[in-house]
Design a protein around this ligand. Structure first.
Ligand code: M6R
Length: 631
């Protein structure tokens, strides 16, 4: 939530750059480019502040970044070498110009931006008000700015980094803060606690970003910061301390995706690009993870194989789409390894005295690696002695850093707020984990594992087939733009797929949608069926367990008899479903457990096409943010 960028460097000004017009020059260009790439984190409002010899100048505007761009065109900022920028997802106070960041303090000589929630802001505000501070916004951020200014004028002695340390010791909650002060040219000071912040290392310039997309256009060298750290950047230096001024260090890493991967690549939206990226996302996630004999080699796991052999329970912790990936993982891992797997929403987990111990393996699934609910659940599980393995798509993020082991998905940057390719990559990584455990523990013959890997290797081409045949589903979506409610049914691994299909439709098209286990129908949801109610049914392969297919076909008959308009996702060659479906979309044959990698795709395409038909922004749906960094 909220995108944050900071820059200190010596790029030539636009005027001095002359012919280099197309490249970012000056702090403002760099910051605006970073904000453009980070806008997916929040888009309620945006703002920038730059530091010049004359002091601090800033602009901010409610609404998307385009509004700020227009504001800057109408009222340009002066050339500068130091700047900060912010895109907001509102927590305290609505998305107004006043509540947008940066917030100024110290008579306009200090500017501050913030991601997170300051939990003790009311108490601090009362204290600062009593001392004469004035506030014009409803935000906790302005309180942090006023606190920093008061410390700066007091015990901080006009030293911005020291003042940040002192102020942070008084703050409770989760925060990333970036500040500039008119007295400290060329300096940006930042702090982080439970909220993301990465440093970008340049040549004669340094960067700060909520994630590496904030500076990917300028450098691939990045530094992960630890918890409760302060970082001070100038064009020439990066200095890290803890909140008490003790020297600290971060971990340097090379960003392994390039700027082009985070562009639309000719598609009208990131969402469409990312749906179409899925063959590659799955293929890349499989790449290099098995040898020619079909033995899995997850070297990067960095966890003692003996510990994995001793695991007697797995708990998957995740939120949203990632939790649905966890539900798919449950079916596969239990089937292959005979280890009980529980899947729990991270935010429910730690409030119910969960039973975990040293033989529990926690699998934390997160695309961003920054979801606060999942991070807190990971910390809680570690305190109870459990081993934690993260399945994550974002290098340098907090959840993998705090886990005992990590299995990275290689989906590349996912920019659209609604998750698509990360979901398929997470499922793929979970299959690899399940097969690896089965190999390690001898739960499956090596030949069986090899066969499953061979089937997995065929999936990217099959996803491509689904994508190539998506015309019909897009057409249907266009015809259903006026639907008020759509239901989704599935059994076995089709159940989490149904829930993911419903989530995509809610997120993108703002249509009421629910996903149900098909077997649950007669226990209540069938009451929702009336004449014309559209229902998607994810049908299992007829080649799998007979009873499974037959049961879902009966479910279709039951809802059809009550007037439902049935839209069926089935396996090629399943002619039995034709008689009961208004529309059938076929996906290629694949083993039952792997089917979600195919059956999800038409549902993503449907949601995206329907939202597009309604004229909605599929990349930045209302009220959402890509990375939920507050609880
Ligand atoms: O980054 P994470 O995978 O931890 O995010 C989890 C959820 O917030 C995320 O999947 C969310 O549900 C998406 N909007 C789904 O499209």
């Amino acid at each position: 939530m909220c995108g944050i960028v900071g820059y200190a460097g010596r790029r030539p000004s636009a005027a001095a750059a002359g012919e280099l017009k197309s490249h970012a020059h000056g702090a403002l260009d760099v910051v605006m480019e970073g904000l453009r790439r980070l806008e997916y984190r929040g888009y309620d409002s945006a703002g920038v502040a730059v530091l010049t010899e004359a002091g601090i100048d800033s602009r901010k505007k409610s609404g998307k970044l385009a509004n700020l761009t227009a504001e800057l065109a109408a009222a340009p900022l002066p050339e500068a070498t130091t700047g900060i920028g912010h895109t907001r997802w509102a927590t305290h106070g609505g998305p107004t110009d006043e509540n947008a960041h940066p917030h100024l303090a110290d008579g306009g000589r200090l500017a501050l931006i913030h991601n997170g929630i300051i939990e003790n802001f009311a108490e601090l505000k009362a204290e600062l008000l009593a001392a004469g501070a004035e506030f014009i916004s409803e935000t906790d951020t302005e309180v942090a700015a006023a606190l920093l200014a008061s410390v700066y004028r007091g015990e901080g002695g006009g030293d911005l980094a020291l003042s940040m340390q002192l102020a942070c010791r008084r703050l409770e909650g989760a925060f990333t803060l970036l500040a500039i002060h008119a007295d400290s040219p060329d300096v940006v000071v930042a702090a982080r606690r439970n909220s993301p912040l990465v440093v970008g290392l340049g040549d004669g310039e340094n960067f700060l970003g909520s994630d590496v997309s904030g500076f990917i256009d300028f450098t691939r060298r990045a530094v992960e910061l630890g918890q409760d750290q302060i970082v001070t950047i100038t064009p020439e230096s990066v200095e890290i301390t803890d909140f008490y001024g003790n020297p600290a260090s971060g971990t340097e890493f090379e960003v392994n995706w390039d700027a082009a991967a985070a562009e639309k690549g000719g598609y009208p939206s990131f969402m469409e690009k990312e749906i179409n990226d899925q063959p590659q996302a799955v293929g890349d996630t499989l790449l290099g993870r098995s040898d020619l004999e079909g033995r899995l080699t997850l070297d990067e796991l960095r966890v003692d194989p003996e510990d994995l052999k001793a695991v007697n329970k797995i708990m998957v912790l995740a939120c949203g789409t990632s939790a649905y990936a966890g539900q798919v993982a449950k079916y596969a891992i239990e089937h292959w390894c005979r280890i009980p797997v529980e899947v729990e929403l991270s935010h429910e987990f730690r409030y119910r005295d969960p039973i975990v111990d040293g033989n529990t393996l926690i699998v934390a699934i997160s695309q961003s690696g920054e979801t606060m609910d999942t991070l807190m659940a990971v910390r809680y599980a570690k305190e109870q002695g459990a081993k934690v393995l993260a399945i994550c798509n974002t290098n340098g993020s907090t959840i993998p850093r705090e886990s005992d082991a990590v299995l990275y998905t290689h989906a590349g940057p996912e920019i659209a707020v609604a998750s698509t390719k990360a979901f398929l990559a997470q499922i793929t990584a979970a299959y690899l984990l399940g097969l690896y455990l089965a190999q390690l523990r001898g739960d499956k013959f090596q030949g069986e594992i090899k066969d499953m890997l061979t089937d997995l290797a065929k999936v990217p081409a099959k996803i491509q087939q689904v994508l190539d045949n998506s015309g019909q589903i897009k057409e249907l979506a266009g015809l259903m733009a006026d639907a008020k409610s759509v239901l989704f049914l599935g059994r076995h691994v089709g159940f989490p797929v149904a829930m993911e299909g419903a989530l995509k439709l809610k997120e993108l098209a703002y249509i009421h949608a629910e996903g149900f286990a098909a077997g649950e129908l007669k226990h209540g949801p069938i009451a929702l069926i009336e004449e014309g109610q559209p229902v998607f049914v994810v049908v299992p392969s007829p080649r799998g367990r007979d009873s499974l297919h037959a049961k879902v076909v009966s479910n279709i008959q039951e809802i059809r008899a009550r007037g439902a308009k049935t839209i069926v996702i089935a396996e090629e060659g399943d002619d039995a479903v034709k008689a009961y479906a208004e529309h059938v979309f076929y996906v290629p044959e694949t083993p039952t457990l792997l089917a979600p990698l195919l059956t999800t795709v038409p549902l993503q395409i449907f949601a995206c096409a329907l939202a597009t038909a309604k004229g909605y922004d599929v990349d930045q749906p209302r009220n959402l943010a890509k990375s939920v960094t507050v609880e």
